[in-house]
Design a protein around this ligand. Structure first.
Ligand SMILES: [Zn+2]
Length: 299
């Protein structure tokens, strides 16, 4: 039985599995792209995914790093790749090293430090581009972009024989084409992402919208998260087909979150919204046990 019950969303050929509640845990994987955005507490379902794209070092997003790497090794898989803001590589190495000593087994890892503007190849035709966010020092977001080639218009009418001949002559008949598939913002304050075309045009946007009540505006500022008023401002400038809302707070019941999104967003945008935590499988039964202490943290 898996360690976690995870939300499940299917958009065309892509599946999004994950869990994202503010201050508790955030982990969102797209197995078909072989990426997992943040690692949360490393649920079993994401262990086989080869690339973890870490946005920042807060515990609710990064706690499972060592377990993810160690469990892959334990299961005979290749070392996992973790992309992380470059200022976090030192502490991540220390954690892995400390866990290796504690566990008595070396934990293999492929650590890649990234900063805004970097690109990293995931598969031959798929890469991720890193962009800055406003949350913690060095925090970043990731777009996953497919690279294709498109025939130049002047060659579009040619027969395949003519194309082969031109290629033999060394003529460049294609132009590179980028298709942004998904953008994950991680935790962030409002940033004008409309400046970045690959974010504007991403088919899927995965964005945090943590706070909803008017009196939570200041809370959003302090934690460097988005309030619904800022979220509305953000998505109105973008052109995504689907918007997956993550990092919802337990302070606001999900039915109120749904209602406030509907009241605040223009209808055309509201119909694109998918609330991740609304997509928990129904057959899972939560244990009756409820701890008395409510987590009030604000990571
Ligand atoms: Zn955070």
């Amino acid at each position: 039985m898996p360690s976690h019950n995870l939300a499940y969303v299917k958009i065309d050929e892509l599946e999004i599995i994950g869990y994202s509640v503010a201050a508790e845990e955030t982990v969102i994987a797209i197995p078909q792209l072989d990426v997992c955005f943040d690692v949360g507490k490393a649920p079993d379902q994401i262990i086989p995914i080869n690339n973890v794209l870490l946005t920042h070092g807060h515990m609710d997003h990064a706690a499972g790093i060592a377990y993810y790497l160690s469990h892959r090794h334990f299961c005979g898989q290749s070392p996992g790749t973790i992309l992380a803001p470059e200022n976090l590589l030192g502490p991540i190495r220390e954690i892995i090293s400390a866990w290796s000593r504690l566990d008595g087994n070396k934990i293999p890892a492929n650590l890649v430090g990234v900063k805004a503007g970097d690109e990293y190849q995931i598969k031959p035709n798929l890469f991720t581009r890193v962009f800055p966010t406003k949350h913690s020092r060095g925090s970043v977001g990731y777009s996953v972009i497919e690279k294709r080639k498109k025939i130049k218009p002047e060659y579009a009418e040619l027969t395949s024989v003519q194309i082969v001949e031109l290629k033999k002559q060394g003529v460049e008949i294609d132009t590179p084409l980028e298709i942004p598939i998904v953008t994950y913002l991680g935790d962030t304050q409002l940033v004008d992402f409309s400046q970045l075309k690959y974010i504007v045009e991403s088919k899927i946007l995965i964005a945090e919208c943590t706070f909803y009540e008017d009196e939570h505006t200041e809370r959003a500022d302090v934690g460097r998260h988005m309030h619904i008023s800022e979220f509305a401002n953000l998505v109105e400038k973008l052109n995504n087909e689907y918007i997956v809302v993550t990092h919802t707070t337990q302070r606001t019941p999900m039915r109120d979150v749904r209602r406030m999104l509907k009241e605040t967003l223009p209808a055309g945008i509201y119909k694109k919204i998918i609330l991740l935590m609304d997509k928990m499988p129904k057959r899972f039964h939560r244990p009756l046990y409820k701890p008395d202490v409510q987590c009030e943290g604000g990571n």
